[in-house]
Ligand binder design. Structure first.
Ligand code: BT5
Length: 324
């Protein structure tokens, strides 16, 4: 009913629509209409109520409100349960709490802002209000813990496809967890899990997507960019979010049906790391070499003068052509 009221208000393009007309159209009492309007206002919609004229939706905001998401949702597992925050510490932290308390697979957590958004290795993630998609998805995959790292690659394929479909700007995946445009980061992915010896309890896939940030902190201003800047136009966050959920779900269903091989093949196609000279910054040492492939476990294979190194974790930077 709330969605139907919202639709009517939107269709009216910011003009007033009387309570009587709403109640007639939807076949409910005027009191019921008023209650739903109150709930919509509590959910963050800017609705003006006038005793004589009725109700008007003041601005058709592109907030990531669950009712907005549900209207455009096409996925059938991801996003059936939505937890929305105007601000939260970290959507991944919140999703892990929900997962530990038994929330269904596909539950998502979205926030307009994160106060302590996280990257890998306790690094921070800049997450200003309303200018990105700060999203975490809970999965309960029937895999072993060894497969969890590949979930990051699976997510990268899903997000990259969604971004390219919605914006058309041509992004690529940098091993293992970044999506870049013109060598600048538009998305970072953080996968966290809880597992027993041989079974995963849950995986939380966190995605930070820069949609319309114009100014980044100095430390990474040169290496970050947002989609609206890259595309030269505004991007609907709700449309992008629902497309990400649909593409991630497609990839997940494919993995469950056919294993990781087809998704890893797609990853290779969309990778901007393979075929490049890279510098690998591992926990203990760093080295350079040619990124030649990923293996069946999703590890990066880097050819050096000593042979082929298998990289399972660490930071990889792509070196400009000609520098060795
Ligand atoms: C990542 O870490 O790239 C994973 C980021 C995951 C963020 C999402 S948002 C939703 C969910 N909830 C969370 O709390 N986290 C996830 P890493 O590869 O370690 O990169 C982190 C580094 O990227 C930082 O140290 C900065 O240098 C840089 N950085 C921080 N914020 C950025 C931004 N918005 N855009 C581009 N680069 C950024």
């Amino acid at each position: 009913m709330r969605t139907a009221i919202l639709e009517l208000l939107k269709r009216n393009g910011g003009e007033y629509i009387s309570g009587e007309e709403l109640s007639r159209n939807l076949n409910v009492s005027r009191t019921a209409v008023w209650k739903h309007i109150r709930a919509l206002k509590q959910a963050g919609y800017d609705i003006e109520a006038h005793s004589r004229l009725g109700y008007a939706l003041r601005q058709n905001t592109d907030r990531l409100l669950p009712d907005e998401i549900r209207v455009q949702l096409t996925s059938t597992i991801l996003g059936q349960e939505i937890h929305y925050f105007s601000e939260v510490d970290s959507t991944n932290t919140e999703a892990k709490k929900l997962a530990a308390n038994g929330c269904p697979e596909g539950t998502i957590v979205v926030a307009e802002a994160q106060s302590t958004g996280r990257g890998r290795l306790s690094r921070g993630w800049f997450s200003p209000f309303g200018q990105g998609i700060w999203l975490s998805v809970v999965l309960r995959p029937p895999f072993g813990p060894m497969d969890a790292a590949k979930c990051t690659l699976m997510a990268a394929v899903g997000v990259n496809r969604a971004i390219n479909a919605v914006t058309g700007i041509g992004c690529g995946i940098k091993w293992p967890n970044d999506i870049l445009w013109n060598n600048r980061k538009v998305v970072g992915i953080l996968t966290e899990m809880s597992a027993e010896m041989d079974v995963i309890n849950y995986v939380v896939i966190g995605m930070g997507i820069n949609v319309s940030i114009e100014e980044f902190p100095d430390e990474f201003a040169a290496s970050a960019v947002s989609l609206s800047v890259a595309a030269g136009r505004s991007i609907s966050r709700v449309k992008l979010l629902t497309t990400i959920l649909a593409e991630l779900e497609n990839a997940y269903i494919l993995v469950k049906k056919s294993g990781f091989a087809p998704v890893l093949a797609a990853w290779r196609q969309e990778s901007i790391t393979l075929g490049q000279q890279v510098k690998v910054q591992g926990f203990e040492r760093s080295f350079t070499g040619l990124a030649v492939d990923i293996d069946a476990d999703g590890a990066l294979l880097v050819k050096t003068s000593q042979g082929v190194e298998r990289v399972v974790a660490g930071d990889v930077s792509i070196r400009p052509a000609g520098s060795l």
